[in-house]
Design a protein around this ligand. Sequence first.
Ligand code: 0WD
Length: 259
Amino acid sequence: MGFLEGKKALITGIASDRSIAWGAAQVMAREGCELAFTYQGDKIKDRVIGFAKQVGNSLCMPMDVTSDEQIDAVFRTLNKEWDDLDVILHSIGFAPRDQMSGNYLETINREGSHIAHDISSYSFPALAKAGRSMLKANSSLVTLSYLGAARAIPNYNVMGPAKASLEANVRFMAADLGKHGIRVNGISAGPIKTLAAVGIGGFRGMMSQFEKVAPLRRAVTTEEVGNVVAFLSSDLASGITGEIVYVDAGYNILGFGIN
Ligand code: 0WD
């Protein structure tokens, strides 16, 4: 019997078969979790429905997190199917392409900053607010972050402050929801070649440097990140809340990388 048997999860942020959320969905399905998916827009609707079929024909709903109406509609639809909800996986991040390469101060602007924070950070508590009435004791909320929240990383630019804000949201949400037995955690993943990642300037070079110096001397896979999403979503992690767990082959412990 899988360690997520009997649990029901809402999975956001699948854009392709390389998406971290798809890695997580496959592990969670393997461990017995029932899944529902959201997709950002009509362009990826059919693709996500195809993925859903592979893991048991799960419910698929449109949701662009810039729209409160679409967020509310997801939970209205979900509530018709399920009485309650055990897991929300938030695997969504975005900044306009022009924000993701070049010098920090030359690149950052008000509009880019607003969009990055809205989509990459505020959307996490927004999902928790809208889904709150379906969450119960032992429910778990999980989001995806990156080292740029804690360290200055070339080209990551405004996504750094946005991820720092997301990680602060993890702590504030955990402090708020803990009294109801609801846990909130984040995973800081090492670089993985996904659609979101290739939009970051110099990603290829960063990746090869990472593989040379990370303590494990390799990148991580979406399955490895998915395993930790599944663990944090499960009762095995019942004592963990408000944490950022690094799944990065150890990279974040380094003060100075030498190969
Ligand atoms: O190296 C990496 N790939 C890392 C990613 C390292 C550490 C963290 N992460 C984070 C990302 O910042 C993001 O929060 O993991 C999360 C998932 O990203 P991913 O799996 O790497 O990337 P991808 O497969 O592109 O999925 C992210 C998706 C979007 O993809 P695109 O490429 O189409 O922008 O987030 C979704 C969208 O499907 N998304 C939205 N969903 C709803 N409403 C929105 C939106 N407004 N904007 C983006």
